[in-house]
Design a protein around this ligand. Structure first.
Ligand code: AMP
Length: 225
């Protein structure tokens, strides 16, 4: 199974990608996580990426595409979360997957109105160890401020501040939203209502994946071009 999760910041794509990865044993490749890890390790690319991330801007394609190529080189099943985020990345992904003879099964876009997103992002808490995602109201950890899975202190991401959130929305509207049309034209886009609860959205996604598995021949198509 090869899926792309597309959606604005705060739409829940990371949360849902983690659920699918866990329940199906498929690797989740989150470019945001890969970039944060590279920044924490202090690699030159990671440190450069951090400058962009803290402002809420996209990290240059030269850095991100390299990370994704490496991540997908040793697996034929994956969930891409946060990639592609612009047209150039989408076209590069098409080319790489074509070369590897690995068509995408689906692009799932999680649709949430912009007003709801600020509230979600400003309450988000992340685990620095396992990248688990929580929300102070909608998905609180069992013990306040601590990760359910590894017990680490949760933190608020540096780009979940009001100024960076505003910039991330602008970036999404200008650069990432056009991908909805791009994939729609290819006939591989499936839209999910992201205003529902985490459980309901995850049930919808589970049904979509089950349908795709049953209907493999029809859903699997190489991106044209
Ligand atoms: P995320 O964890 O998906 O919200 O990503 C956090 C930040 O990482 C984004 O605001 C960007 O600065 C950077 N980032 C993640 N994925 C990409 C990508 N595909 N292209 C460029 N920058 C990215």
């Amino acid at each position: 199974m090869r899926i792309v999760f597309l959606g604005p910041p705060g739409s829940g794509k990371g949360t849902q990608a983690q659920i699918v990865a866990k329940t199906r044993g498929i690797r989740q490749i989150s470019t945001g996580d890969l970039l944060r890890e590279a920044a924490d390790r202090g690699t030159p690319a990671g440190l450069k990426a951090r400058e962009y991330m803290e402002k809420g801007a996209l990290v240059p394609d030269s850095i991100v595409i390299g990370l994704v190529r490496e991540a997908i080189s040793d697996t034929d099943q994956f969930i891409l979360d946060g990639f592609p985020r612009n047209l150039e990345q989408a076209e590069t992904l098409d080319g790489v997957l074509k070369e590897m003879n690995l068509p995408l099964d689906a692009i799932i876009t999680i649709d949430v109105p912009l007003e709801k997103l600020v509230e979600r992002l400003s309450g988000r808490l992340t685990c620095p160890e396992c990248n688990a995602i929580y929300h102070t109201v909608y998905n609180p950890p069992r013990q306040k401020g601590l990760c359910d899975k590894c017990g680490k202190d949760l933190y608020q991401r540096a780009d979940d501040t009001p100024a960076a959130i505003t910039h991330r929305f602008e970036t999404y509207k200008k650069q990432t939203a056009p991908l909805i049309q791009y994939y729609n034209k290819k006939g591989t886009l499936i839209t999910v209502d992201g205003t529902k609860s985490i459980k309901e959205i995850s049930a919808d996604i589970r049904d979509i994946i089950t349908r795709i598995e049953k209907d493999h021949g029809v859903q699997r198509s190489y991106p044209s071009g």
